[in-house]
Design a protein around this ligand. Structure first.
Ligand SMILES: NC(=O)c1ccc[n+]([C@@H]2O[C@H](COP(=O)([O-])OP(=O)(O)OC[C@H]3O[C@@H](n4cnc5c(N)ncnc54)[C@H](OP(=O)(O)O)[C@@H]3O)[C@@H](O)[C@H]2O)c1
Length: 363
């Protein structure tokens, strides 16, 4: 049995669902994977910071934040040996201080769980959090697209050099395995490209408009469910899909793209009337993400397309997503997500922890 010390950076919809899922699955994780997880720190932007090397009650912390309270009410800095900032630290300082204290007790078992908001201009502060964690000898699991979409090659190199894990399954299609599936189960297969529907919010809005409903009403439902990005224009203008496309291209096709390199258009030109006209003609509108490797170059595009109704991507309704991997040995391999949401994203973080645990020696 080993114990992983978790430092949560970001404690919003995903972070809070994650700690509850971790609690619900604790017994199974112990029994089947010989791993226990202890949350030793939580860092947010406006809801304070809490640290306790002996372990925090993370469910209570989630309720506290949901009731509008501050995590400083449960902060226990005296549990930390040595130097500690009295003022609430920023993300990188929080990670460095906690890593120093956690390593003093058991080295190489701290994991930074990064779930801050996506910044589409540069992938920060998530990249700084991931970098600081790896430089502090901590492993990283994240649901944030920023690190893989803006800095995958650099962070992967850093993680390998440090002998630390860097996992990001939740960055694309919630908990449905893509990155871990390719790494674990497709050895010696060359990927030449992919196409997919990877943004739930826009697919939900398109489905609603096909059914005669209003754009604003459908978007509000996705916001209420915690599925839409904090800034919903990131979904509607195709930025979220572009970030996922860049992340997929960087990891699966060895590219060095950023979301700004993806040729992107969103739903701005697609009124409900136009979407229904296409459907009446037996075709379907979808926001499609594509990337392809040609020689040394990888090109990527995100935009609304009119698809034949029989196309797998055209059959996806509401929050459903799918990714078709184009491979040299197996031909096209499709991964379909029929149900997505917060629990699935939280599960991606949990599955990353198990993937990490498998690389660690039995204690
Ligand atoms: N929601 C989904 O279904 C979903 C699916 C897949 C991937 N994701 C990704 O998962 C991540 C989290 O999503 P979410 O829905 O949980 O977002 P959220 O509810 O907006 O929560 C974001 C959290 O990050 C904290 N934060 C922001 N900036 C910070 C900083 N500089 N330092 C420390 N903490 C900071 C916020 O603190 P305050 O609340 O105090 O401001 C909040 O706790 C995003 O990157 C998103 O793209 C989400």
């Amino acid at each position: 049995m080993i114990t992983l010390d978790l430092a949560l950076v970001g404690f919003g919809h995903v972070g809070r669902r994650f700690v509850r899922l971790l609690d619900e699955r604790a017994e199974q994780l112990r029994r089947e994977h010989s791993v226990e997880c202890r949350v030793i720190g939580i860092c947010t932007r406006r809801h304070g910071t809490a640290r306790n090397l002996a372990g925090l009650d993370a469910r209570a912390a989630a309720s506290l934040v949901e009731e509008g309270g501050s995590l400083s009410a449960i902060d226990a800095p005296d549990s930390m040996p040595g130097r500690l900032a009295a003022v609430p630290p920023d993300g990188p300082t929080f990670i460095r201080d906690l890593a120093t204290a956690a390593h003093a007790r058991q080295h190489g078992r701290m994991v930074v769980v990064e779930t801050t908001v996506l910044d589409i201009t540069a992938g920060q502060p998530a990249i700084a959090h991931v970098k600081t964690a790896l430089e502090s000898d901590a492993h990283v699991v994240t649901a944030n697209k920023g690190p893989a979409a803006f800095a995958y090659q650099e962070l992967d190199l850093l993680a390998r050099g440090a002998g630390r894990g860097f996992y990001f399954e939740g960055a694309v299609m919630d908990g449905i395995p893509i990155f871990n599936l390719v790494r674990e189960t497709l050895p010696a297969v060359k990927l030449t490209g992919f196409r997919g529907v990877v943004n739930s919010t826009t697919n939900y809005i398109i489905s609603a408009m096909e059914d005669g409903r209003e754009f604003d009403e459908a978007l509000a439902e996705m916001q209420a469910a915690g599925i839409a990005e904090a800034d919903p224009s990131l979904d509607v203008d195709g930025w979220d899909a572009a970030a996922k496309t860049a992340a997929l291209a960087n990891v699966l096709l060895g590219a060095r793209l950023t979301p700004q390199d993806v040729d992107r258009t969103g739903l701005a030109d697609w009124s409900g009337a136009r979407i229904r006209e296409v459907a009446a003609a037996g075709r379907r509108v979808k926001l499609v993400a594509r990337a392809r490797r040609e020689g040394a170059t990888v090109s990527a595009v995100v935009g609304a397309e009119e698809l034949d109704a029989a196309d797998l991507l055209a059959t996806l309704r509401e929050q459903q997503n799918a990714l078709v991997l184009e491979t040299d040995v197996l031909g096209d391999v499709a991964i379909v997500q029929l149900g997505g949401g917060l629990t699935q994203t939280a599960y991606a973080l949990l599955s990353d922890l198990v993937a990490l645990r498998r690389t660690l020696p039995f204690a």
